[in-house]
Design a protein around this ligand. Structure first.
Ligand code: FAD
Length: 325
């Protein structure tokens, strides 16, 4: 970031800017923003047909045949369809690891899924912050953010998320009993990386605290009250958004950053938690660069919307040379 984009504030500086916040100091980001990810994705889908892209809903990748370059897709529980592919880019979030393993890659990794639940902040709370407020994570060795106060793109406010351990990539029902339901990724191989975490007291205490915050609004309100003293459970009017984070683990514990792997004719992106949805367009340019340098695609043949050889607002050459290609 450029120095003009941020400011370090002491206690008094925070009080002057955000009277509802209590803390010792803060990093104030002037370029912090709020994005409608749903709106963004809808727009991409809208322009896809004119870019010769076909979106297939209701299909699940269930196999990869590297030798013949085919992708096996299953429609619901029924029809199997096979699509020939010169190369495959796997960016499937919660199932990225499963799909990478279909391509004989990433065997050393396991995955744990954590559901993040938010609570809506009703209009009764006053004064309320004018900016997004993030607290410093208590368990800094784990890749989770502690609850924060965020203002969505439509002006509504929420607090969260939690990081509740769940058994699979799409486990949304809010019950701890779901851990006993199968099939569960908790028991998928390799088991050793996960077993180490489950023997760690600090990790277990974090898991307990996060489950409580998902289940109980008063627990969440108490956590937020530490940096927003005016918070009370009566202001948390209803449940807000939920999302599931998929965290890779290996023998050393949680893998901190996104992982990219080339296996035969396939390219896999795993553990894409940060730079997150906001960073995804820039990261996509970076992935195309890496696919180019590993010979999977010829980046110079990419057609972009403006008809030129441009990507992410700059020429591809500039992007790739900045990345060291
Ligand atoms: C609670 C929470 C809050 C967050 N807040 C923010 C935030 O404020 N700002 C931010 O920038 N980021 C945020 N993130 C992170 C962000 O949501 C993720 O980094 C981002 O969504 C990852 O994008 P992705 O495309 O890799 O995966 P996903 O968004 O998970 O997309 C993967 C796609 O692949 C599909 N898929 C999966 N398996 C298969 C299969 N077998 N066959 C076919 N398709 C399949 C899925 O249906 C899905 O459409 C948050 C995440 C969570 C959990």
């Amino acid at each position: 970031m450029d120095e003009s984009e941020f400011q370090i504030l002491d206690k008094g500086g925070v009080a002057a800017m955000e009277p509802s916040v209590s803390c010792e100091g803060a990093f104030f980001s002037r370029t912090d923003t709020s994005v409608s990810f749903g709106g963004y994705t809808s727009k991409l889908l809208e322009i896809s047909p004119s870019e010769s892209l076909e979106v297939m809903y209701g299909h699940r990748v269930t196999g990869i045949d590297q030798a013949n370059g085919t992708l096996e897709l299953r429609e619901g529980f029924g029809n199997v369809r096979r699509i020939g592919a010169r190369c495959i880019l796997n960016v499937s979030g919660g199932e990225s690891l499963k799909i990478a393993k279909m391509a004989e890659a990433a065997k050393e990794y396991s995955v744990l899924h954590f559901r993040g639940d938010y609570w809506m902040v009703g209009p009764g709370m006053s004064p309320r912050p004018r900016h997004n407020i993030y607290s410093v994570p208590k368990h800094s060795e784990y890749p989770f953010l502690d609850p924060h106060y965020i203002i969505r793109h439509d002006g509504t406010a929420e607090v969260g998320p939690t990081a509740s351990l769940v058994s699979g990539p799409d486990k949304y029902p809010r019950s701890d009993a779901e851990l006993r339901k199968g099939p569960s990724d908790l028991l998928s191989r390799p088991l050793m990386p996960k077993a180490r975490l489950f023997l760690n007291r600090e990790f277990l205490s974090l898991v307990r605290e996060e489950w409580r915050s998902s289940a109980s609004r008063s627990h969440m309100a108490r956590r937020v009250k530490k940096f927003l003293p005016g918070m009370d459970e009566k202001y948390l009017t209803e449940r807000g958004l939920s999302g599931i984070r998929h965290s890779l683990v290996d023998r050393s514990g949680f893998v901190p950053e996104a992982v990219t792997i080339v296996s035969g004719r396939s390219f896999h992106v795993l553990n894409f938690n940060s730079p997150g949805a906001t960073g995804a367009p820039a990261y996509a340019a970076y992935v195309i660069g890496m696919m180019g340098s590993s010979g999977l695609i010829d980046p110079r043949k990419i057609n972009t919307r403006d008809g030129g050889n441009r990507l992410w607002g700059r020429s591809l050459d500039t992007v790739f040379s900045a990345m060291g290609y």
